[in-house]
Write a protein that binds this ligand. Sequence first.
Ligand code: PHE
Length: 422
Amino acid sequence: MNAREHWVSRVGFVLAAAGSAVGLGNVWKFPYMAGTNGGGAFVLVYLLAVAGIGVPLMTAELLLGRRAQRDPVGAFRRLAPGTGWVALGWLGVGSGFLILSYYSVVGGWTLEYILRSLRGDFGEFRSLVTSPWRQLLWHGVFMLGCALVVGRGVSRGIERGNEVLMPLLFLLLVALCVDSLRLEGAARGLAFLLRPAFGQLSPRVALQAMGQAFFSLSLGMGAMITYGSYLRGDTGLIGSALKICALDTLVALLAGVVIFPIVFTYGLAPQGGPGLIFSTLPLTFQRMPLGRAVALMFFALLAFAAFTSAISLLEVEVAYLIDERGWTRWRAALGMGAAIFLAGVPSACSLRWLDALDQLATNWLLPLGGLGVACFSGWVLSGEAVRQELGPRLVRPWRLLVRYLAPLGVGLILLQGALGGR
Ligand code: PHE
């Protein structure tokens, strides 16, 4: 058995975890959800949810991982031997497999769109989603890229990859913001995103904001348990969780700053969803001055965001195979990459299937996992263990949040799903 790998630097770890959190969810989902749910009022609830539920849950996952020094399945085996809690680890590993199977197909779309930007001709979104072979090609390229990074290891692959891609992502984002703010519809766009229309605030909007915060932070499937398991004892967990959540939120807000001025300048419908990014926006790029460069930057941004999230999803599976099954890292990365490629074939053939998997994961699997993590870390983990990991000062407030607020919040999201709301 080799010794466990660890992150080389704290910055590297924070960037990798932020890389996991910052994904497709930030760049298209957040702006459009904010736009259709009361703008600034939604943003306010979102910020409260990130602070009140996101930060404590992220701290909890990092804590469980670091304490156990294991993949999610092994973590619950170690922390609660011989109990049913290990099911929570299985849920995470299973969810990760499902999510990556379609996430990588969408990641493939971003590669196709980079190529289309270079050509300066976007064609139709439909022509892509109705051609399985083309999607499979890009899905394969995307998965192979993930497997090659993950195969190189935690510090040499994942940490280094994020240290390159995340600063590039920020640079692209800032450049795109500057460009968008010069547009004639910038003020209207910003007002739409930030103006708090409190009249539109409803329980439904609050739950949407809570759900979005939760998923955008990569919580509920063991990604942060896995990344936490490569931490050494000297990293402050609450401080790290704060930084990761802040970066994720910043990127979501800046993505809104990029998109809404374009939407308002060119008279697009703000509530476009996935179609906005892949079918409406490209048409606009063709009409904008320097549109090709802007398009290229935008889809590169989207591809980087998707890639660093996909890496964290694959790492959960690979960590499981290494820690619980004794596989070598390369074998696990390439074998799992191939398995997930195959599992993604139905998603490349049917947009309905892709959407159904996404609904299953976001509305059910992740909240269930999050509920379990909150209850486990709040009620099962000993106070002594928590004190050793967090230090004496913040144990009580943190425990209050994971014992009561987080289960309540996540429980409401699940209830909303059960009652048929979305
Ligand atoms: N947080 C990622 C996003 O916003 C998605 C993700 C969920 C990644 C769960 C890893 C685990 O796109």
